[in-house]
Design a protein around this ligand. Structure first.
Ligand code: SF4
Length: 504
């Protein structure tokens, strides 16, 4: 959700006439070790779901203070969950911040930057409820081949460890027609994979009184011509219904993968977390998903050391993990979020939690390795991605996701000509040769085995975007550089809002 919000913030700055710093080599060349990338306007979009968000934010801001002193006119804005929570408190601790905006009013970013510049003082605006649905804002998509599409924002649940309802508010659902129109627009630009986003996708429809709205939406999205892969995140076990399983199984383009957050295998802990399903219901859902979609890969989130968790509770989690056969799991040590009910409960001693955590990770890795080894010999179709394989350069591999969302590193055929290479967005069919705990290796091309490349519209879109970027860099080199670029956490910008005339 946060990454997608960053795409919206970047889109707003684009519209305001700014240019991404990576298109302005002269500006990018003055990047410092503070992570500023040479920008004149820099936006930090915070996520307080992650641990130590405040420590990390003020650590970053501390480094940026020195950069700002050296760079007259530079502006720093802070948005996201932590900004929603702290508001003016951010400027009180870091007076060199120029703008602060919350999760409910992304749209004000350009106005706040302008106002701060005009008034010579920080502009802070936080709203208590959603003012503008983010999906109505302009966007700068990070990927040419895969896109996020919000179906709802906010959450009506009250999990005691979670700050999201407090910061994102009650669930607000988009109309199905708006969602489908956005997906169609993405597909027309070349996107072949879409991930439907919501804090709890299974309660989608609560706002307009249709309990089966999510399964209908899945079927309708899956029917869009040209869209090859549909994913969604996150479902909630309490409200996961069989019509969704049927829609997944019966819609070809809905991928056989499911991320189903368990959090704990102990019913007592689930109750304390205020999560209204129990372990038996959770396992029942997995059984029904696997009966309908035998090839489904199921992943999860697990919290270790929730307040009050005993050794017996923890062993229940291990039991459920053993029975669930997750293909991977995101494991977290519980850490209190200020403002949540669980933060005030009696905490489990740190040494007990870390010992349990190590046992859980060992079990999760054993199972994911066993499950991934079962894939050896299978032929998988991989959507080639950008940035998924850190070692691809050294190993002459490409990386991407199989249909079931497993990460695959695939060898290229020896001596492949540059022009024949798969591009991000293209599909390759390869055979899995090794299952590792966190990925699959598919080196079939090295021994003359399966390597079938399918060029796609998405690959064309990626290539067109790269070509356009090269043109813009060339153009920007001959002009006074202006503005922005988006990435996961920071949106970096070069130049000021005052100079839109120089936009490439
Ligand atoms: S379902 Fe629970 S964990 Fe998920 S966003 Fe809502 S309150 Fe947070």
């Amino acid at each position: 959700m946060n990454v997608h919000d960053s795409e919206r913030l970047a889109g707003l700055l684009d519209q305001a006439g700014l240019v991404p710093v990576d298109l302005v080599p002269a500006k990018a060349a003055r990047a410092t070790s503070a992570g500023d990338e040479g920008a004149d306007v820099l936006v930090i979009n915070t996520c307080s779901v992650r641990e130590n968000a405040a420590t990390r934010l003020f650590g970053n801001l501390g480094q940026l203070a020195a950069v700002k002193r050296e760079r007259p006119g530079m502006q720093i804005a802070v948005g996201g969950c932590l900004a929603q929570q702290m508001g003016q408190g951010i400027v009180d601790r870091a007076p060199w911040v120029d703008a602060v905006l919350g999760t409910h009013n992304l749209d004000v970013l350009p106005v706040l930057l302008e106002r701060a510049r005009h008034n010579g003082e920080a502009a802070v605006e936080i709203e208590e409820s959603l003012k503008v649905f983010p999906s109505t804002l302009p966007t700068r998509r990070e990927s040419a081949y895969a896109g996020w599409v919000s179906i709802s924002v906010g959450c009506n649940n009250t999990c005691t460890f979670c700050i999201v309802p407090h910061l994102r508010g009650k669930e607000r659902d988009r109309r199905p027609g708006d969602i489908l129109a956005e997906v169609e627009a993405l597909v027309s630009e070349g996107t072949i994979e879409v991930t439907l986003l919501g804090q709890n996708v299974n309660s989608y429809g609560v706002g307009f009184g249709d309990r089966q709205a999510f399964s209908k939406l899945l079927r309708a999205t899956g029917g869009i011509e040209g869209l090859e892969r549909v994913r969604f995140t996150s479902p909630h076990p309490a409200s996961f219904t069989d019509d969704v399983i049927a829609a997944m199984a019966e819609t070809d383009s809905v991928m056989p993968s499911l991320h189903m957050p368990l959090q704990s295998g102990s019913d007592k802990v689930l109750r304390a977390m205020r999560r209204s399903y129990r372990s038996e219901k959770f396992l029942g859902i997995l059984d029904r998903v696997r009966a309908a979609i035998p090839e489904a890969a199921i992943t999860t989130d697990i919290i270790v050391g929730f307040p009050g968790e005993t050794e017996d509770d923890f062993e229940r989690t291990l039991d459920v993990v053993e029975a669930s056969r997750f293909s991977s799991a995101f494991t977290f040590i519980y850490s209190p979020r200020p403002g949540t009910p669980a933060a005030g409960m009696e905490q489990v001693p740190a040494e007990v939690v870390s010992e349990r955590y190590a046992r859980l990770v060992e079990l999760v890795e054993r199972i994911s390795t066993e499950e991934n080894e079962k894939q050896e010999g299978a032929t998988v179709e991989v959507l080639v991605a950008e940035g998924e394989g850190r070692k691809d350069g050294e190993t002459s591999r490409i990386s991407g996701r199989a249909a079931d969302n497993r990460l695959v590193h695939a060898a290229l055929p020896p001596n492949m000509a540059e022009a024949d290479m798969p591009r991000p967005g293209d599909m390759v069919r390869v055979e899995v040769t090794h299952g590792a705990p966190h990925h699959l290796v598919a080196d079939s091309a090295l021994t003359g085995g399966t390597f079938e490349l399918r060029r796609t519209r998405a690959g064309d879109a990626w290539a067109a975007r790269e070509a356009r970027k090269a043109e813009l860099i060339a153009e920007a080199n001959g002009k006074a550089p202006v503005s922005i670029a988006g990435s996961n956490l920071m949106i970096r910008t070069a130049g000021g809002l005052k100079a839109p005339a120089a936009t490439a």
